[in-house]
Design a protein around this ligand. Sequence first.
Ligand SMILES: [Zn+2]
Length: 362
Amino acid sequence: MLKGYTYRLHPTPAQAEFLVRTIGCARFIYNKLLEDRIAIREEAKAGNGTRRKPATPASYKPLFPFLAEADSLALANAKLNLDAAFAKFFAGTGGFPVFKSKRRSRASYTTNNQHGTIRIEDGKVRLPKIGFVKFTQHRPFEGIIKSATVSMTRTGKFFISILVNQDEEKWIPVKSKVGIDLGLEHFAIMTNDEMVSEKIDNPRLLRKSEEKTKKAQRALSRKMTGSRNREKARLILAKRHEKIANQRKDFLHKLSRRIVDENQVIVVETLKSKHMMQNHKLAKSIGDVSWYEFVRQLEYKSNFYGRTLIKADPWYASTQICSSCGEKGQKKAMDVREWTCACGAHHDRDINASINLLRLAN
Ligand SMILES: [Zn+2]
């Protein structure tokens, strides 16, 4: 099922200029192609020889070099729009296509997502050839972005309409409940109401990338300031960082989506990172494991799929309480991975915590 979401775009002046130019190029190519189609019809009427093939956007690029700067998908979509207009005309459901005017026609262009060329990150939407543009996403969505149409109003405001492919089985209610403890050794430790526990590892891929990044960092620091090689090394490092960020996002999206798919009630511990950040060694890993982003995703996905997300009180002693007898024991140092309660129950520190969180679901 395709669904559209429209948001206000807030481009920088340079980005706005580029958007206006792309809209202009899309209109230009639409008109050129229409001109060509009309010429073909005239030639056919004159009756000399076979019909030639209609032109494509590529036919005009050598003649009009400015077209090369524009998003080529915007041009391809202009052609598709014209094809659709002709199809309507031939089917008898529309008039003969008309030329687009700068003043009268809707100022817009459409582009497509090709493996993440359109994506949303940190309050910005990435568009091909232009990069990340600020926008107001008042309503988050789930699904795969198919295409985006950028439009401009007469007053110079920009909007983006994002077409999203959403699967339809999303509102199915499920019965399971889950408690999720967030960890350092493992990213998350979960126990569901059938008392099945699962430890989710931090992605290995990420760790590998991080090692490579450290290498790139060292390579950069060895290069002379202002040198060409330094610029090269800087670029390599930036690309590494981007790759890690994408891998991390991907990991978090898949995991949060799975949890929301499988559970009706989700209890997650509230982040203690502020308190933990005081410990410097931990701080790096906490930043890395992206708990904050994970909880944010769980929250909006729960909203979207009709699940209940419970955030445990930050002072809830999920680690200290014995999940067997309910007795609250003493604080446990970070390195205590297992412990035995006075009642005799032996606990894995994190699984015990996730069971205590699960209790809050009832
Ligand atoms: Zn106990």
